[in-house]
Design a protein around this ligand. Structure first.
Ligand code: FEO
Ligand code: CA
Ligand code: CA
Ligand code: CA
Length: 656
């Protein structure tokens, strides 16, 4: 994800958004307990207990006795970390580039011609900056690992890597209409049928399932408690129930009935115009709008709905979780307002033993919150249609972490607690549209940028990926966010009540602990915590997305936000139980400038799909002089964000 960070005249690329829009981050002094040392010793003693082999410690690193078998269940030989133009995978595995920016998707798509782009062509081709991936088996309901629909988000665009000659902020601000619309068409989502023959994956040209969803063309429906509300009505849509397109689709999820959830993240960054002069000033400012579009300052010049002064309600129509049915190419994507309006990273879906569906979400901003939604109704496995609007009714909760290792899920319900007229909430629609402000009033715990929140299908425990927070100061650390200037991020493990076969994800009280703190454990200054046997190559920084394999092991992707990167982002395998718990190992690394996201496994664990997002996005890099031309390496062709398929040469399971 991107923040605009100009570097002289040449850099117009993007990194993380350098902001914090939560004014309520200062905790009462009585709550400011620096548990850094005490929690660290707890983690160490857990690691000691797990390995049973630690003799003593050096600064930041434990010393092991004798020669030890590596306790990880992951048997691959890990990569050496580094930073170069190429993608790398562990020995014995192959990388196939399956889908690149510009590849034809629909049957009427033109071949990619980077020197002759158009919005009409892009609307039919694979979009830019691939992110979340789901593999949806064909036929629907099967566990077929050889044929399915690859459903892929397209988060944002890198103007200076897509088009020649864009070497200044001024050029980005003055994009011609056609280029602005190419960008809009490159956002959204692609559905592409894929098939494996032997070990080779290919796309199925002309599949009737193939589809593009975009910010430019796709009409969507609003549903749930906020649909039709005054604050969702605009000049283009006087009903408040129809909206054009989706923005900044980051991660997502899959429902038990086989629909996709795609999440709108940094929607604020597309809007221009001073929010302070609008009827929605407080609301827009809480979501980070400053008057200057960070991603697409030219869009409002060509499509005035992106001007908040003229259309102050338009941003209220973004920031939602969007549901659509990939098995029905005509299905109308639906923004499910009951899940609240946030900068959603993703949607971690789990079916509770009582049939209710629970969806965990992180709101990715410094000092924002972790949420979960619990449906009111129950999933019906026998009647797919009966689940169609299950996500329109239920309760959104926000997380409050206690210092004693418990946590509470606080309901965001109109009329309850402070969520009343006195605080400007007149309905549940108001609570959902301003979910952040509602959560502030409930005194939720401000976190270090919550990204994926993923339940483990094996154990029911839930992993909260906190990518980093360089704005947390020493007097603001707490047990759940234990480091000041947390540039490396950490991962929290939530433990709902119940046993492994009947974990209650609808409960309001859980326990929690820290799984690991990112950074280099061999560098005392990083104050990292890991399994004592993590190697120089296996430590990670800035965890972002995660998934689980059938054995319950976690696969973690990273989005390193260092100013000058020297360490490639990658995919790390990690046990979460047993002697190898929190022992991360580097499996895949991306080319320079890229972030790695969207990690997804086939149902038999023999293929891992990965999004390589924004290759070449770094200072001094642009269309004409990119720092990598991955994956084509053809003169004149810039780097292309792509989905890769990783297979094991012997046909076995990933990680083995
Ligand atoms: Fe789009 Fe939070 O990363
Ligand atoms: Ca990203
Ligand atoms: Ca992400
Ligand atoms: Ca990220």
């Amino acid at each position: 994800m991107k923040t605009e960070r100009q570097n002289g005249e040449t850099y117009v690329g993007y990194e993380e958004i350098d902001q914090c829009s939560n004014p309520a981050v200062v905790r009462p002094i009585g709550e400011i307990i620096n548990l850094r040392l005490s929690r660290r010793s707890v983690i160490k003693s857990l690691a000691v207990a797990a390995s049973g082999l630690v003799l003593g410690t050096l600064p930041g690193r434990e010393v092991l006795a004798g020669s030890l078998a590596n306790p990880s269940t992951l048997t691959f030989e890990e990569l050496e970390n580094g930073y170069d133009r190429y993608a790398h995978v562990a020995a014995g595995y192959d990388i196939q580039v399956l889908l690149r920016w510009g590849d034809p998707v629909t049957s009427d798509a033109l071949p990619f011609d980077v020197r002759n782009q158009s919005a009409e062509a892009q609307q039919r081709q694979f979009g830019y900056n691939c992110d979340f991936i789901a593999f949806m088996p064909l036929p629907r309901g099967s566990k077929n690992a050889n044929r399915g629909l690859l459903c892929v988000n397209h988060e944002y665009t890198d103007t200076n890597l897509m088009f020649p000659g864009i070497t200044s902020r001024e050029a980005v601000e003055n994009l011609p209409r056609e280029q602005a619309e190419i960008e809009m068409a490159a956002h959204g989502h692609s559905v592409v049928e894929v098939q494996r023959t032997g070990s080779v994956w290919r796309t199925v040209d002309g599949s009737p399932y193939n589809r593009r969803i975009s910010a430019l063309r796709t009409i969507m429906r609003m549903s749930g408690p906020a649909a039709g509300h005054e604050r969702l009505k605009t000049a283009e849509d006087i009903t408040g129930t129809r909206v054009l397109g989706t923005l900044n689709n980051c991660a997502g999820g899959v429902t038990p009935w086989g629909t996709m959830l795609i999440c709108e993240e940094n929607f604020d960054a597309y809007f221009s115009g001073d929010p302070a002069v609008t009827s929605e000033a407080r609301n827009h400012q809480r979501y980070g709008m400053t008057g200057v579009s960070k991603f697409s300052p030219s869009w409002a010049k060509h499509h005035e709905r992106f001007d908040v002064v003229k259309h102050p309600h338009e941003p209220n129509r973004f920031g939602w979780v969007v549901e659509f049915d990939p098995y029905d190419p005509a299905s109308v994507p639906t923004k499910r307002t009951a899940l609240g309006r946030l900068k959603h990273e993703g949607a971690g879906v789990v079916l509770n033993p009582d049939g209710r569906v629970v969806i965990y979400c992180g709101d990715d901003e410094r000092f924002d919150y972790v949420y979960k939604f619990v449906t009111a109704g129950r999933y019906n496995p026998d009647d797919r249609d009966a689940n169609r609007d299950l996500l329109d009714h239920g309760t959104l909760h926000v997380a409050k972490f206690e210092e004693d290792g418990t946590m509470h899920w606080l309901p965001l319900v109109y009329g309850q607690g402070p969520l009343t007229v006195d605080n400007g909430f007149h309905s549940q629609a108001d609570v959902l549209i301003e979910a952040r402000r509602a959560a502030d009033l409930m005194e939720a715990t401000p976190m270090d940028r919550p990204e994926d929140v993923e339940p483990s299908p094996a154990t029911g425990r839930v992993y909260v990926i906190l990518t980093n927070n360089n704005k947390r100061e020493a007097d603001r650390v707490d047990a759940a966010n234990p480091r000041a200037n947390n540039v490396h991020g950490h991962i929290i493990e939530l433990v709902p009540p119940g046993n492994a076969s009947a974990v209650d994800h609808a409960a309001v009280t859980y326990r929690w602990n820290v799984l690991l703190r990112g950074g280099n454990p061999h560098n005392a200054a990083d104050d990292a915590s890991y399994h004592p046997q993590v190697s120089d190559n296996g430590w990670l920084t800035c965890p972002d997305n995660a998934t689980f394999d059938q054995q319950g092991r976690m696969w973690i992707t990273t989005d390193n936000s260092a100013d000058e990167k020297t360490l490639a982002d990658g995919v790390y395998g990690c046990d979460v139980e047993g002697a190898g718990r929190a022992l991360t190992k580097l499996f895949f690394s991306g080319p320079r400038g890229s972030e790695v996201s969207g990690v997804c496994l086939t149902p038999d664990d023999t293929t891992m799909f990965i999004s390589v997002q924004h290759p070449g996005e770094e200072p001094g890099s642009d269309f004409d002089k990119p720092t990598t031309r991955w994956p084509d390496f053809r003169p004149g062709v810039p780097p292309r964000p792509s989905v890769v398929a990783i297979t094991k040469r012997d046909g076995g399971k990933i990680g083995a």
